[in-house]
Design a binder for this molecule. Structure first.
Ligand SMILES: C[S@@+](CC[C@H](N)C(=O)[O-])C[C@H]1O[C@@H](n2cnc3c(N)ncnc32)[C@H](O)[C@@H]1O
Length: 197
């Protein structure tokens, strides 16, 4: 397995103080509406999953995907505590497959927060997310500045663009290089706007 964030390391950044710089509901509100189908890819212990599920409710859901069962177990506990288990579907994936076949063209919003640099087969990964995304859908990619340099981040975006994604926005997110991407065939329509609920 490529280097992935160990479960215990998550506690260094997934803690209550993080809300001061990354408030999930405030940060993701521009792109997520009630009723949406969302993906939290590399969800870890679900720091963003809970906020995403609140924004997508009522009527929406978050499929939260991670390689590590320990991360998903922590997410299940948090979802139960928050009363959001109905809106959150934890899914364990493999490095080869995200297991999104049932979601082809159905996803409105996806999040890859501080995880893309851990993915060994970026083309395979981003291609699967593209297949799952509806034409006006959005993908938010954020990479940690303390770990990923700008050149690497731009290379990730170039690879995404070569696959059929298009960068439509550059939001400012604390401690991160970040971009909003959309399927290229969406063209100029709705650039910078959230997908319709
Ligand atoms: C640094 S943690 C970030 C967790 C969360 N997104 C957050 O911001 O709190 C990265 C997570 O991505 C997961 N991950 C790494 N490679 C992955 C892959 N190919 N597919 C799915 N998850 C992956 C790791 O298991 C880990 O939980």
């Amino acid at each position: 397995m490529a280097h992935v964030c160990p479960w215990w390391f998550c506690y260094t950044f997934d803690n209550p103080l993080r809300r001061l710089v990354h408030n999930p509901e405030v940060m993701l509100a521009p792109w997520v509406r009630p009723g949406m189908t969302c993906l939290d890819l590399g969800c870890g212990m679900g720091y963003f999953t809970i906020g995403l599920a609140k924004l997508a409710s009522p009527g929406g859901r978050v499929v939260a995907v991670d390689l590590q069962e320990k991360m998903l177990a922590a997410l299940r506990r948090r979802a139960n505590k928050a009363g959001l288990s109905q809106a959150i579907e934890p899914r364990r994936c493999s490095e080869d497959s995200l297991g999104l076949g049932d979601l082809a063209g159905a996803v409105d919003f996806s999040l890859c927060f501080w995880m893309l640099h851990e993915v060994p087969n970026l083309a395979g990964f981003l291609g699967q997310v593209l297949e799952a995304t509806q034409p006006q859908g959005r993908l938010l990619v954020a990479e940690p500045r303390f770990h990923v340099d700008l050149k690497t981040f731009e290379a990730e975006l170039s690879q995404a663009e070569a696959l059929g994604w298009r960068v439509v926005e550059r939001p400012g997110i604390w401690g991160s290089f970040s971009a909003i991407l959309s399927p290229r065939q969406a063209g100029a329509q709705g650039v910078g706007q959230p997908a319709a609920a």
